[in-house]
Design a protein around this ligand. Structure first.
Ligand code: FES
Ligand code: FES
Length: 171
């Protein structure tokens, strides 16, 4: 079947507080919908296999790899992309912390780390540095060596009161 013959479907969802509706092919990935239909290019696409985490967004408040969902599966759902958390002239405190702690170099992985950390911050849990490292381990970065990213997230979690001091066994 030629591409032009594929039956399109209507999908609507709420993206960064605004209701959007588009006619899309059923096979369109949510990541491509966000980038190419909505022009929200802050969501990056790396592996397209759910491995790198660059495409992480919030769906109904929970972090989700947008390359593992179809656009039509987002029907009626609330979505937040990195564009919703801060603006260039008014960064989110977590973004400020990334800047302060050298949490990025090329920045390709950054939106995914930010959205994962926002989900953790909204989870109602507290984290030790070790738990934080474990929770962020599903996101890959090719540049930083991770230390700056961990320090940036830890600093933000400390600011908002959810960083726990880890107590070593036997101490
Ligand atoms: S692009 Fe989605 S996890 Fe890599
Ligand atoms: S800053 Fe380049 S991939 Fe993470």
């Amino acid at each position: 079947m030629m591409d032009s013959q594929i039956q399109k479907q209507t999908v609507w969802c709420i993206v960064n507080g605004e209701t959007v509706e588009r006619e899309v092919e059923p096979r369109l990935l949510l990541s491509d919908f966000i980038r190419y239909e909505l022009g929200l290019t802050g969501t990056h696409v790396g592996c397209e296999h759910g491995v790198c985490g660059a495409c992480t967004i919030l769906v109904e408040g929970k972090s989700m790899r947008s390359c593992l969902m179809l656009a039509i599966q987002a029907q009626g759902l609330e979505i937040q992309t990195v564009e919703s958390i801060g603006k260039l002239k008014h960064l989110h405190p977590l973004q400020e912390s990334f800047r302060e702690h050298h949490g990025l170099q090329c920045g390709f992985c950054t939106p995914g780390f930010l959205m994962t950390a926002i989900d953790m911050a909204q989870s109602g849990k507290t984290f030790t540095r070790e738990e934080l490292k474990e929770a962020l381990s599903g996101n890959l970065c090719r540049c930083t060596g991770y230390q700056g990213i961990m320090n940036a997230v830890a600093h933000y979690f400390e600011q908002i009161g959810i960083l726990r001091i880890s107590v070593k066994k036997g101490s």
